[in-house]
Design a protein around this ligand. Sequence first.
Ligand SMILES: [Zn+2]
Length: 491
Amino acid sequence: MHPVAYGEVRIPERLWHWLEALLLSERTLETKCFMLCEALELPGRVVFLVRELVPLSEEDYEVRSPSLVVTRPEFVHRLLERCYRENLSLLEAHSHPWAGHARFSETDHRSDREKFRATESLSPPFRHGTLVFGNDMSFEGHMWDWVSQQVVPIVRIAIVGVPYRLQYATPYAYRGYDAAVQRVYDRQVRALGAEGQAILAELTVALVGAGGLGSQIGQALAHLGFGQILWIDPDRLELTNLNRVVGATYAQAKRGVRKVKALAQRLNRLCPPDEPRRVVPIPEDVRTPELAPLLLGSDLIIGAVDSATVRQYLNLLAVCGLIPYLDAGVGLRAEYGRIHMGGGQVQVVVPSETACLTCVGNLVQASVEEQLTPEQRERSIRAGYIQGERIPNPQVVFLNGVVANLLVWEAVKLCTGCQQVHPYVYYDLIEQTTFPVDAPRDPNCYLCGDSPDSLLGTGIKGVQGFIEKRTARPIPTPRQSASKKEVANAE
Ligand SMILES: [Zn+2]
């Protein structure tokens, strides 16, 4: 266990609206609400993933006045028991209905210290924090760190919705950025506004994939000025990549340099020399368990990969970590120098708001293909349903460029709110058309659905639990189902 410097909160937008309605329902008396959370323990910080709101009724208050609110001990006991039983952490939120810029009062500081001391002995890893909200939902927050034995601040709340919003605690509110940076982004600020630009600079993006699509996405993210880009891909450059991996050189491909290292090195030259490197190359398989905290700690995950299983994994991380996930894919069919089918799609997954990949089921086809027997594969290839493995898929830079930038545009809209987000966009290369596709979220989805058993906001425990379950009980492949059927027929 390491000391924690600060805390953060991620809350689905619908819970945020409910919290707002509860706290602002009473304009003269202080109002309280509890939040049951999964605490994501990351290096140096804790992210509270809000799973459930627990409002108080009038009889749950012991004292309630314009400037004081005390909860009945029995109510708190019941909650703590539940936290203990279900391994959840607790955030308390109360309102200061008279305050524009919310700050803790002296009484708040005193009583919170006492509370934190009292709950510390209960059972680590129990995390306990409090938040105070003003009448405009501005807030200040703090939590107890049992390692340093100190109260540490909760600095921001990410409201996971469309658009995705970050709200900073009163003492950490945005103070603008310096003139040099202003100069670099001058033309862009004219499009996105200074606030929009500042939001991009605050965000850490995990970009998975550095191929034809990923290289163009990474390049655009770096030019846009995203705060940090964690770029994950284990592959080395090859000569056959040079037709589409933007930024790679012949010499690097000859030497077989790791893709992310080559691309990051070039894009980091966009920053002033004294600034910290913004593009961080991570030449590893994204499913390496050690990378999970890094991905769960980012604000946005972007997938530009061609494997259905990796896509599924990124979708799982996003749902468990309450992180928006943007996914892109392209496909091209050509024969004898004639392209007869081509296009791509971009999906924006905002957990609990828009459809996840499982809801849409666009993984179905791909995972079926991956599970085919060699004979089934051969038949499908002959019939033209899928591309043969021995014949590399056709790949062209212009198709990747369109789809990569469609994704980047959705990412910018999602983060800045400068335009309406389209959760699913399809591009047809032959018809030269781009159109949003209706992809409704499935409220019964076992990953992101509304049931309390869904994996929404379950953090690293959810990810691990899901993988363990999967490995213990593998889903029957078409071959197994077919052979069972054959056996049944034979009988
Ligand atoms: Zn879903």
